[in-house]
Design a protein around this ligand. Sequence first.
Ligand SMILES: Nc1nc2c(ncn2[C@@H]2O[C@H](COP(=O)(O)OP(=O)(O)O)[C@@H](O)[C@H]2O)c(=O)[nH]1
Ligand SMILES: [Mg+2]
Length: 349
Amino acid sequence: MAILMARLIQISGFLGSGKTSSIIKMAMEAQRTGKKTAVIVNEIGDVDVDGEFVKGSGLKAKRILGGCICCSLGSDLVSTIKGVIEEFDPDIIFVEPTGVALPNQVKRFFVQASYIVPRLEYSPTVALVDGYRFKLLLAEFKDFLTKQARDAEILAVTKVDKVDKKFELPLVLSALKEMRPEARVIGISSVTGEGIRDLLECLLQEKIELDTPVGEGEDSVVASEVGKADFSGILKSEVPVPPSEVRSIVAEILGEVGKRCVEDAGKLVGHIKAYAETNGGGFKASLVDPSIGVELSGDLPSASKEVKLSLFMAVRNVDSKKMGEFLEEKIKEISGRYGMSVAELHHHH
Ligand SMILES: Nc1nc2c(ncn2[C@@H]2O[C@H](COP(=O)(O)OP(=O)(O)O)[C@@H](O)[C@H]2O)c(=O)[nH]1
Ligand SMILES: [Mg+2]
């Protein structure tokens, strides 16, 4: 009798490069073809945004919060993989590390997992590279991007729906090819679905062997010089607030915080995101590039007197404490303007 194996697929990439979006697309596609799929989402903050969003999309998900699975939380990754296998018995497990993780360091813990979970196989590692922000990231952050890219067998340029195909995309692809000649380089879009099926197919057809652990285990959160702040609480009102107003509140909060980052750091290099939910559903809000603005995905099902809001930001060259205070102030101010008060569940500086 054939032993059923489970595939571990690591989708790495910098903050806001499109990891969660592409994992959801690929997971949906995999499910459609009859493969049981689960997702493990790691966040450097204590507030979960992507895990909720992935679950809201109808997928099985587990989250690992408060650090990075490539260093401080490696052992949590091992136990979470074990837990996911026992609970969901999936054919495929997508692993989304934080945006500052180094893929080879995550692989070290895949190796550890294979000692306690015997049925694991490994797909090639993917590093996503934001095609729309490529030039900015390269200028700001070349060393880190190069490090992430060197650990991957597949480099996927994301958001190709927003990249000029004639001129810009070929340049990005060849720059990546130069960075890592052995890698396969492809373009994908989670909006149009372009390249998603090809990427999934390639991940399922090919296997890699993990040999002796590599990487020296530096703390990637510290190394990346990313400042972070978060919020988790309930917005309350005496009367039901329509979904459109909640969307405005959340979009305004993210917009204000983004503006402040640009004032402080000169530019926004990172990801500010939130998940707002009521009993029946929720939406994710995301700000990566001020020229695109806040993007919303999903919606609340109906007007509601209470909305749970989880917000997390990780941005380079901003001061965590200052951002935390600013965030709290803006959430109260903007919610108040819409007649909602704020009950905090948890707040760290
Ligand atoms: N236009 C476009 N936007 C995308 C695409 N993939 C992701 N995004 C947007 O980029 C932002 C960050 O995406 P997310 O998946 O959360 O990135 P992560 O931080 O790497 O997990 C969100 O606003 C997404 O809507 C894409 O293929 N095309
Ligand atoms: Mg994500």
